[in-house]
Design a protein around this ligand. Structure first.
Ligand code: AR6
Length: 173
């Protein structure tokens, strides 16, 4: 059966799911934004685990345990820094979503929560990021029926929630 995709409003550090996806940097060292919050709740063991699996190229992904988080695993994916759109940003962003889902499926995750990769400190325009994300998730779920049952975009604020809802209603889902 094909997995569901939903947009919800919330804080991803509270997600009780198999895997949450962290908007990381290539060193996999917690910074500000959502990754700072994830590292704070997960505790220092996450930093140590990230040292073992990093670094990680933009568009690629790594997995660790969730430690103090309610989520079982954290998938870390460094998104592209927005440079105007002509530097491969859409391709790299799509790869973030695809690689994260591949890793989740390979780890037998059934429920996966994303935050909006690259739309904070990395400056990717929200509407464009939402359309890349929704298209890529949709394509993956359509072509990889398997263990993943539900994917959610956890939007931290109303602007993010609206952008992803709009991208979802504009897609063929
Ligand atoms: N739950 C869900 N989404 C959140 C939360 C939360 N608790 N907190 C923030 N967001 P950003 P990036 C949203 O800047 O642009 C870090 O320093 C936020 O509203 O965290 O990929 C890393 O280490 C925004 O829409 O990630 C990198 O250096 C989205 O998460 C760099 O920032 C992503 O914002 C990555 O930048």
């Amino acid at each position: 059966m094909r997995a569901k995709f939903e947009v919800v409003r919330g804080d991803i550090t509270r997600s009780r799911v198999d895997a949450i996806v962290n908007a990381a940097n290539p060193n996999l060292l917690g910074g500000g934004g959502v990754s700072g919050a994830i590292y704070r709740v997960a505790g220092p063991q996450l930093t140590a685990a990230c040292r073992q699996v990093g670094p990680c190229q933009r568009g690629d992904a790594r997995i660790t345990a969730g430690f103090g988080l309610p989520a079982h695993y954290v998938i870390h994916t460094p998104g592209p820094v927005w440079q105007g759109g002509g530097d491969g940003e859409p391709r790299i962003l799509a790869a973030c979503y695809r690689k994260s889902l591949e890793l989740a499926a390979a780890t037998r995750c059934r429920t996966v929560d994303f935050c909006s990769i690259s739309t904070g400190i990395y400056g990717y325009p929200m509407d464009r990021a939402a359309s890349v994300a929704v298209r890529t998730i949709d394509e993956f779920l359509a072509t990889n029926p398997g263990t993943i049952r539900r994917v959610r975009m956890v939007a931290y604020d109303r602007v993010t929630e609206q952008a992803y809802e709009q991208a979802l209603s504009a897609s063929v889902l």
